[in-house]
Design a protein around this ligand. Structure first.
Ligand code: AMP
Length: 440
C-alpha cells in the first residue's frame, strides 16, 4: 500500500516523501480514506502508531479543497498537553508546507498576546489545549462557529486530566454540521459515552498497542531496594554507556531530586514536569534530543506526547499507579522499527503495581537481578511470589489527577487487594519455577 493509493493530493505526497515515509502505517491506511470520504472516525491508537499523520493529512486535504473564505478557524484539534499541542502543530506545518493554510498552536504557559494577535489575523487550523482555548473564547479572541473539522486527540488522557467539562464547553461552541475524529489509546465506558455524543456513524479503527506489536522493545525488571535505585540507575547508564535515556518518576519533586543526583554522578540530566516553565521544558527537550543531555527525568503528564525519534532507553524509576501509563511510557522507545529497552526498577513495595501491569500486558516481564544491587534475599521466585501476593483487584477506574489537570505532588500508591492470594494472572502461566536467572 502506498500513500498515493490513499487518495492524497500531490502537495501532501511531496511533504510525506520529504519526511522519508515510504508507506502508511496501519492507522493511516485505514483512517485517511475514511476521513477523505467525510466519515467520522473513532480510533484506538496510541503515540508511536503514526496517528498524528492519520488525522492531519486528510484534514489538510479536506481544508485545502474547500473554498471557504473567512478568518475564523475551520479545523480544531484539542490535545491534553502543551507538548502534544506543539508536536501536532509541528506536524501540521510539516505536512502542510506546500498548502496555503495557516495553523496556530494555542496553549498555556506562554503569553496570551502573540496568540491573540495571530488569531485576529486569521487562521485555518487551531491546535489547542482546552483551558487556554477557553481563555481566548472568553476574551472574544476566537470564533469557533465556523469549525468544519474537529479532532479530539488522546481523549482518554483528556478525561484522566479532568478536562471533560472543558471539552463539553468547547463542543457547545461548535456548529452542528462538522466532521469529528476521536483518538484514544484506550477505550473505557467514559470514552464510549463521549464518542456516542460526539460522533455520527463513525468508522471504528483499532490498531494494536505498540507494546504488543513492537517486539523491538525489550522489557526488563530489575529488583532493587528503594534506597539503592539511584545508584543502580547510574550504574546502568554508565556501565551500559547509555547516551540517551528517558526516566520516569512519579512526582515532580522526585524528578528534580533524581536529575540533581544523576548530575552528581557525572551524568548530564534535566527534569521536566508541570512546575517547569514552558521555556525550560522546551530547552531541556531540545538539549536531550541534541545529545547535550544524557538523561531526561520526567513525570507522566510532562512526558505525554514527547516525540523523540529512536529513543534507545526508557527507565521506570518508579512504576506508575495506573498500568496504562506503563504502556504509554514504554511506547517512547523502539519507535519506527528501532530497537529499544524499557527497564523498570522495582522495590518490594511496587510488586503489586507490577502485577497490575503484567495483567494489562497479558504477559510476564523478564526479571534480571544485578549483582550488588538486587535487594538482599530476593530471588526471582520470591519476587514472583510477592507479585502474586500483592496482585491488586481489577481496576474499575483510573486514579485521577487533580481536576484542574495539573499533576499531583504526591500520589497514593495503589493498595493491594486483601483477597488477592489465590488470584492468577490473566495469561494463566505459572509464576514460580526454575526460570534461568539472568545477571547483567
Ligand atoms: P505519532 O503516532 O503520530 O506520535 O507518530 C510517531 C512517529 O512516527 C513520528 O515520529 C512520525 O514522524 C513517524 N511516522 C508517522 N507516519 C509514518 C510513516 N508512515 N512512516 C514512518 N514514520 C512515520
Amino acid at each position: 500500500m502506498s500513500f498515493s493509493a490513499l487518495g492524497l493530493s500531490a502537495e501532501l505526497l511531496r511533504a510525506i516523501a520529504a519526511q522519508g515515509y515510504t508507506q502508511p502505517t496501519p492507522i493511516q491506511s485505514q483512517a485517511i480514506p475514511a476521513v477523505l470520504s467525510r466519515r467520522d472516525v473513532l480510533a484506538a491508537a496510541q503515540t508511536g502508531t503514526g496517528k498524528t499523520a492519520a488525522f492531519t493529512l486528510p484534514m489538510l486535504q479536506r481544508l485545502s479543497q474547500s473554498d471557504a473564505r473567512h478568518r475564523a478557524p475551520r479545523a480544531l484539534v484539542l490535545t491534553p498537553t502543551r507538548e502534544l499541542a506543539a508536536q501536532v502543530g509541528e506536524s501540521v506545518s510539516t505536512y502542510g508546507q506546500h498548502l496555503p493554510l495557516k495553523a496556530l498552536q494555542i496553549f498555556g504557559g506562554v503569553g496570551l498576546g502573540p496568540q491573540t494577535t495571530a488569531l485576529r489575523r486569521g487562521v485555518d487550523i487551531l491546535v489547542a489545549t482546552p483551558g487556554r482555548l477557553l481563555d481566548h473564547v472568553s476574551q472574544g479572541n476566537v470564533d469557533l462557529s465556523k469549525i468544519e473539522f474537529f479532532v479530539l486527540d488522546e481523549a482518554d488522557r483528556m478525561l484522566d486530566m479532568g478536562f471533560i467539562h472543558d471539552i463539553r464547553r468547547v463542543l457547545k461552541l461548535l456548529p452542528a454540521a462538522r466532521q469529528n475524529l476521536l483518538f484514544s489509546a484506550t477505550y473505557s465506558r467514559e470514552i464510549e459515552q463521549l464518542a456516542v455524543g460526539l460522533l455520527r456513524n463513525p468508522l471504528r479503527i483499532d490498531v494494536a498497542p505498540r507494546n504488543t506489536a513492537a517486539e523491538t522493545v525489550t522489557q526488563i525488571v530489575h529488583p532493587v531496594a528503594r534506597d539503592a535505585k539511584r545508584s543502580l540507575l547510574s550504574h546502568l547508564i554508565l556501565n551500559g554507556d547509555w547516551q540517551q535515556v528517558l526516566i520516569f518518576t512519579r512526582t515532580k519533586h522526585g524528578a528534580n531530586r533524581l536529575a540533581e543526583q544523576l548530575e552528581r554522578d557525572g551524568i548530564t540530566a534535566a527534569a521536566i514536569h508541570g512546575n517547569k516553565s514552558q521555556g525550560a521544558r522546551t530547552r531541556a527537550l531540545a538539549e536531550f534530543k541534541s545529545g547535550a543531555l544524557r538523561a531526561l527525568v520526567a513525570t507522566d503528564i510532562a512526558a505525554r506526547g514527547l516525540d523523540i525519534d529512536r529513543l534507545p532507553h526508557v527507565v521506570n524509576f518508579e512504576l506508575p499507579n495506573v498500568p496504562e501509563d506503563y504502556v504509554h511510557r514504554i511506547g517512547r522507545t523502539g519507535r519506527a522499527g528501532a530497537d529499544g529497552t524499557a527497564v523498570s526498577l522495582i522495590s518490594p513495595d511496587e510488586r503489586g503495581l507490577l502485577a497490575g501491569i503484567e495483567r494489562l500486558l497479558g504477559r510476564r516481564i523478564d526479571v534480571q537481578r544485578i549483582d550488588g544491587f538486587a535487594e538482599r534475599g530476593a530471588t526471582d521466585e520470591t519476587l514472583q511470589a510477592d507479585v502474586r501476593r500483592q496482585s491488586p483487584a481489577p481496576r474499575k477506574h483510573h486514579a485521577r489527577p487533580r481536576a484542574d489537570g495539573r499533576e499531583q505532588g504526591n500520589q497514593r500508591a495503589q493498595t493491594a487487594h486483601p483477597r488477592s492470594h489465590a488470584r492468577k494472572t490473566t495469561n494463566g502461566r505459572s509464576h514460580g519455577g526454575a526460570r534461568p536467572r539472568a545477571t547483567v
